[in-house]
Design a protein around this ligand. Structure first.
Ligand code: SF4
Ligand code: SF4
Length: 317
């Protein structure tokens, strides 16, 4: 007997997702990708990538904050660890469904936030993120294209509210963003957002370098400002990476970081370039001995950040 919608949803919940929905596949006609989505080749019509698909499995996994790391370590937002886990969980759903004769694709380029809104998982606020009770904005979403036909082929989807309806008069996230990246209408300028530049492998614009602080990946400022997250607890960071360790970047560091964030986020040049900004912002002159040799590195991002960090640690800005 072919697998039914309920069977697919049970697989998602068994894999560790807290919420799941199976939606009929359709083009998202109102979807307008921003520059970053274009760069990542996100497409509003799943059928362009998978003409065989009948449905989109949308699944959400919540997380809790991490408190600040100890001095000398970089900051990694909890979202990225949970996102890596959720990705692995969706791959396991894909494998399990395949073993039962279902065609499925977990590696695709569709706008997961839009599909999560269609599934009724949350509304978008001025910080561009979805929020849903009881998680606030602290959840990550994964999608899977499948050839399972949903029970409700014509589903009445909830209307997507405007950010003014979702947030009312609140503008805390807009005011909290240190780079002015949020436009207050649910849009964000990716070139101004700290997250866009992290681990991108390019020299970070000068005005953003100090604002990076000791972040390796993630910037929670516009989330932490949101009153919807007031009840989200803070846990100690699960994995610690010293700035000095990332500057040395041994094969063991690569393995450890890859296990936590995924291999894509553990590429040595990108990590070193970001770790150099953390070194420059650390105020720790003991790192000068690791920073100086990188000033002549063949990677423009590593060399430029190293020179910046070197002068900053010596108080020569
Ligand atoms: S992640 Fe940071 S830099 Fe980006 S919009 Fe939010 S507060 Fe601004
Ligand atoms: S901080 Fe205020 S404006 Fe921003 S997303 Fe949260 S509720 Fe909306």
């Amino acid at each position: 007997m072919p697998l039914r919608e309920q069977d697919v949803l049970k697989e998602a919940l068994a894999a560790g997702f807290a919420r799941a929905a199976l939606l009929p596949v359709r083009p998202l006609l109102s979807y307008r990708p921003n520059a970053e989505a274009v760069r990542q080749q996100i497409c509003g019509d799943p059928l362009c990538q998978a003409p065989w698909a009948a449905s989109v499995l949308v699944a959400a996994m919540p997380y809790e904050w991490f408190s600040a790391p100890p001095k000398g370590c970089v900051n990694i937002a909890a979202f990225f660890l949970q996102s890596n886990r959720a990705y692995a969980a969706m791959r396991s759903v894909q494998r399990s469904l395949a073993a039962q004769g279902v065609r499925a694709d977990a590696v695709q380029h569709i706008p997961s936030k839009q599909w999560a809104m269609l599934a009724g998982f949350g509304q978008q606020g001025r910080n561009t993120l979805l929020h849903a009770k009881p998680w606030g904005t602290c959840f990550t979403v994964q999608t899977l294209l499948t050839d399972v036909v949903p029970q409700e082929c014509v589903r009445h989807l909830p209307p997507v509210p405007s950010v003014d309806d979702a947030c009312g008069a609140c503008r805390r996230c807009v005011l909290a963003c240190p780079t002015g990246a949020l436009d207050g209408q649910g849009g964000m300028d990716p070139e101004k957002c700290l997250r866009t530049w992290q681990l991108r492998g390019l020299p970070v614009p000068l005005p953003l370098r100090e604002k990076m602080g000791v972040r390796l990946l993630g910037c929670d400022i516009c989330q932490r400002a949101c009153p919807r997250n007031a009840a989200v607890p803070s846990l100690p960071p699960q994995e610690l990476f010293g700035i000095d360790e990332l500057l040395r970047f041994t094969p063991q560091t690569r393995r450890r970081l890859g296990a936590v964030l995924g291999t894509n986020e553990a590429r040595p040049l990108r990590v070193r370039a970001q770790a150099l900004l953390a070194a420059g912002n650390s105020g720790d002159p003991a790192l000068l001995g690791l920073v100086q040799p990188l000033c002549t590195h063949e990677s423009p991002a590593v060399a430029e950040h190293a020179v910046w960090a070197f002068h900053r640690l010596r108080g020569e800005e």
